[in-house]
Write a protein that binds this ligand. Structure first.
Ligand code: ZN
Length: 364
């Protein structure tokens, strides 16, 4: 299982899929699903979903396949390119990053985000972060005409240059571990669900535009009207010196469950998980001997926040894997957490039978 997840993850990290431009990632995932005999449908926004029939409350198990990045805002006469941000891009981590301007498979244009020459950096500039308005990309092309001849236009999608590398001790480093790691886990879940003989109905979905507006999965949830929604994404690892006070989440320490997420800056949303889901995952982890880490974070948010509000309300929980250096071009996760997350999900789904209660009074 670990080798399959490693291969899927390293491969998917190499496929650019900016929010709203997920088509290449969707095709790559659909091809892999097809290889194991799982048929998947696409809706108008580009969400990809596979259905596994069963008995009991229906489950939407989903993860986002898009990634954050940029959009070309302006092409200067000298060929330098100005960017608009798409998603929570950290300005602090942009200088000297390689990017890829996506104009079509085989025709993408590499570039680099400029970092002012050190020899010309004044003392008061040394600790200053360059704001987006001043950021520019150098593709090597020296005029607007040359840039446009490659197919680059205002509105072209731009991502961190895809990069995927195995580090020591089963750790994976590179671009869009958030959330291709979730996609790799769901691909493994598709293999398991395809081979099972009993269990609840499961809609396995790869959602779009999570990094953009968190609402790409909404039409899918409105159509499926699931009883239960389980979302997979990163959990903030707090085991580096800069993160210690934020929590107790260790890379390699096992999967994570979010007990509280909230985002107040304009979004005003979050998830307080349904008690049936918290009990389910606590009990399953204990029975399986899988260490389950807990997360409670303000400033973290997923598309589950909107999915939970559909229909009569959906019993929801955010599950995930610890990850370091979120939204930078070099995120890090641990394969063993992805394996144990898969095992936990598989065992938890098997416990959702026709009598599984979503009545909150049964859990007080
Ligand atoms: Zn994510």
């Amino acid at each position: 299982m670990k080798d399959r997840i490693r291969t899927d993850l390293l491969d998917l990290m190499q496929v650019p899929g900016l929010s709203g431009h997920e088509d290449r990632v969707r095709r790559a995932i659909r091809d892999r699903l097809g290889e194991v005999g799982v048929k998947a449908d696409t809706d108008r926004l580009g969400n990809l979903v596979a259905h596994f029939p069963g008995d009991g409350p229906s489950v939407m198990l989903f993860t986002h396949m898009d990634q954050l990045g940029f959009i070309v805002r302006r092409i200067e006469a000298d060929g330098l390119i100005r960017l608009e941000r798409l998603g929570g891009v950290p300005e602090r981590a942009l200088a000297a990053q390689e990017v890829l301007i996506c104009v079509g498979e085989g025709r993408d244009v590499p570039g680099v985000i400029a970092n002012k020459s050190h020899h010309a950096t004044a003392p008061d500039e040394k600790y200053r972060v360059t704001p987006y308005s001043e950021v520019f990309v150098d593709t090597g092309l020296a005029s607007a005409e040359a840039v446009e001849a490659t197919g680059i236009q205002i509105g072209s999608p731009v991502v961190y240059a895809p990069h995927a590398r195995a580090l020591a001790d089963d750790r994976i480093m590179g671009t869009s571990v958030d959330d291709r790691a979730g996609c790799a886990v769901l691909l493994e879940m598709a293999r398991l669900l395809n081979a099972r003989t009993s269990g609840p109905p499961v809609h396995l979905a790869f959602s779009v535009q999570e990094e953009f507006n968190l609402r790409g999965a909404l039409p899918l949830a409105q159509k499926l009207r699931p009883d239960i929604a389980i979302q997979l994404d990163l959990m903030l690892a707090t085991d580096t010196p800069d993160m210690g006070a934020r929590g107790d989440m260790f890379l390699g320490g096992g999967p994570g469950m979010s007990l509280y997420s909230f985002h107040g800056r304009g979004t005003l949303n979050g998830v307080i998980p349904h008690p049936a889901m918290v009990h389910l995952f606590d009990d399953t982890a204990r029975a399986q001997g899988i260490p389950l880490q807990r997360s409670a974070q303000v400033g973290v948010l997923t598309d589950l926040s909107y999915v939970q509000l559909v229909g009569d309300g959906v019993a929801a929980v955010d599950m995930g894997f610890p990850m370091r250096y979120s939204h930078s071009a070099r995120e890090v996760c641990d394969l063993n957490d992805l394996v144990s997350l898969t095992q936990l999900l598989d065992a938890a789904l098997a416990r959702i039978g026709p009598d599984f209660s979503l009545d909150r009074d049964d859990y007080t």
